[in-house]
Design a protein around this ligand. Structure first.
Ligand code: UTP
Length: 297
């Protein structure tokens, strides 16, 4: 097994957006969770921007019922643009929502049977190429972005790669955790081999405190593994289980993300992200800081 055979360039990204978003109900009854904005950009836009920064331009959305707003967001809005230009307003702000014709494909996950199942639904479009996965509700803020850091690592080792972050041990039970192997010299020691993956371990059983964050680069063979895989934890088809079965078959590494992760799938994480990003923006930081200080008494 050499990495050489698993180094095809990365051009495609899968965005699983078919989940029900139950933690945000009733807000997400008619609006997809991935369209909730952190200040003025929906979560899905942050993920797409991160993909593009990493040189990935073929976007595959795994959608479901009630998710059409996501596709609309990346469509050209003629009426809006015409009206804005008639009124002499710039619509430059819409630039990130433009997609080259043919570069956005959607597939449907008819029933939300889990993340692994959502990814498997994209198999025909992924074809025989490596692909990235973005979970849009995990907001990764870094410079360069998380996927760009991963692509730099992929250029070194090829194969399968996941992004990981260190958390306090008492938090590991909420996440997928890696068993780390040999650490590599490349990229200032941010890269290590992965020898195992465990979904939501007990603290005492956790092989490390390195949690899988929502960015992956996987080889297409994972689709065949998902094909024959039954339900895992929570009765869902788990991506972690399929990845665990790839270890030993193909190169598998983790890269520690140099940046911050906000869990925008949870309400508190969402508020934290909003506040953190607002405090970094030139157009509002001073005002928001003043408000926050006032509220804190
Ligand atoms: P989550 O488990 O965080 O999302 O999945 P959820 O199920 O929508 O949220 P809650 O727990 O009910 O509040 C992470 C990502 O995977 C997608 C979700 O849309 C989200 O972007 N997903 C999850 C699917 O596309 N299909 C699934 O069957 C499950």
């Amino acid at each position: 097994m050499t990495s050489q055979s698993y180094r095809k360039p990365l051009r495609k990204a899968v965005f699983p957006v078919a989940g029900l978003g139950t933690r945000f109900l009733p807000a997400t009854k008619a609006i997809p969770k991935e369209m909730l904005p952190i200040i003025d950009r929906p979560l899905i836009q942050y993920a797409v921007d991160e993909a593009r920064e990493a040189g990935i331009d073929q976007l595959i959305f795994v959608t479901g019922r009630g998710k059409t707003a996501i596709v609309e967001h990346f469509d050209t809005a003629y009426e809006l643009e015409t009206t804005m230009s008639e009124r002499g307003k710039s619509f430059e702000v819409l630039e990130p929502t433009r997609v080259q014709p043919g570069n956005l494909v959607t597939v449907r996950q008819q029933v939300p049977m889990g993340l692994g199942h959502a990814i498997w639904c994209a198999r025909a479009i992924v074809g025989d190429e490596p692909f990235a996965i973005f979970l849009p509700d995990e907001l990764m803020i870094g410079s360069p972005g998380c996927m760009k850091q991963m692509v730099d690592a992929y250029d070194e080792v090829g194969g399968n790669l996941i992004s990981v972050l260190e958390v306090p041990y008492e938090q590991v039970s909420s996440y997928g955790v890696i068993a780390p192997g040999k650490r590599l010299d490349a990229l200032d020691g941010a890269l290590c081999e992965v020898t195992g993956l465990v979904e939501k371990p007990k603290v005492e059983d956790a092989p490390s405190n390195l949690i899988i964050s929502g960015r992956y680069i996987l080889q297409p063979e994972v689709m065949r593994v998902l094909e024959g895989q039954g339900q895992g934890a929570g009765g869902e088809i788990q991506l972690t289980d399929a990845m665990a079965r790839m270890i030993g078959e193909q190169p598998f590494h983790a890269v520690t993300f140099a940046g911050r992760r906000y869990d925008c799938g949870s309400k508190v994480g969402f508020v934290e992200a909003t506040l953190a990003l607002a405090l970094e923006r030139d157009d509002m930081a001073a005002e928001v800081r003043e408000i926050a200080q006032r509220l804190l008494g």
